[in-house]
Write a protein that binds this ligand. Sequence first.
Ligand SMILES: [Zn+2]
Length: 380
Amino acid sequence: MRRDVGSPPGMDATATQRPAKAQGHLIAARRTSLVYAFDAPEPGSLTTIAPGILWLRMPMPLALDHINLFLLAARDGWLLIDTGPATAEGLAVWESLFAGPLSGARITGVVCTHFHADHTGLARMLCERSGAPLLMTPREYFWRRAWPGILSEMPAEHAAFYREGGYPADLTDQASEFFTSLNLVQPIPMSFRRLRERDLLPDADDEWRVLIGHGHSPEHAMFYCEARAMLISGDQLLPKVSTNFSVTAMDPSAEPLLEWLGSLECLLALPDETLVLPAHGLPFRGIRARVAQLQSHHARTLGRALASCAQRPCSAYEVGKALFPGPLKGIAHVLALGESLAHLHHLARNGDVTSALDDSGVRRFRARRSTPSMKGDEHD
Ligand SMILES: [Zn+2]
């Protein structure tokens, strides 16, 4: 039996429902654009999406200034979906919730969609405090476990990756800072409960089925509830910004673009009226419109990357400058390099570009044709 949001133990009336203004008017535009069902809530507050489904907007210290966390009713308690980063501000938000609206609430599981710091940063605190297990897909869990934490300096293999990418030395220092100073995660708990594709989230009052996506991270979990027509999409599908899919120094031969586009196509099997609950931005309806926007955006980006390499042999850094013009700071440079490599690896796989190391050890990409071929569906 479904219970009202007011009744779970430890939940008071501070969770407020905030339907978007003029919602009915917006629904008419559903087929060609996105429909936003809620306004942005106050950071740190709980919003009721529907009975038994709560939204916590957690502040973040990066350019992406928030992450959306969700709480799902489960066995007279709550499953937490993602944790926020391990910052003083993040800890303070959870403390105030445990002292207020979640006082006395039972946490039945801490679920992380994927291994990134904003999604797993406080997993240890939440698991230890509640005694609840951590639930993740295996590849996400072990990627988090593999990361050694704050480093005294950039690993030599990573420095070689940036050199080959044609990264200027001063920007390599900025990238190094990211690894040596920015601490957004606690050590992950030493055991976890495995999430598999098509599993149901254990103990949840509703049937939330695990869907797996790729490209942004190795085995990203999403959760779909057919009865509620809702999808918790994590970072796989976002309403405003395109999901980042980067070739990284840790896995420099990856080809994440094709994986991510393939995962996008799988989402087209869901009903278009599905309410998407993303990790960043506002809940929205219009999966098909959003997938179409993203597909055409990345087709254009492939064309721009190829055009850059047609003028002269380009490093990944130079292609990144063409794809992301304007000033970038800190981690944005790292992401730009990773995304430009993702597009270049895709072009190379399709035979649109070739690459070779120049005399200084920088890999340069040269166009072999003027428009990208579309061979992506040959990928296995
Ligand atoms: Zn992420």
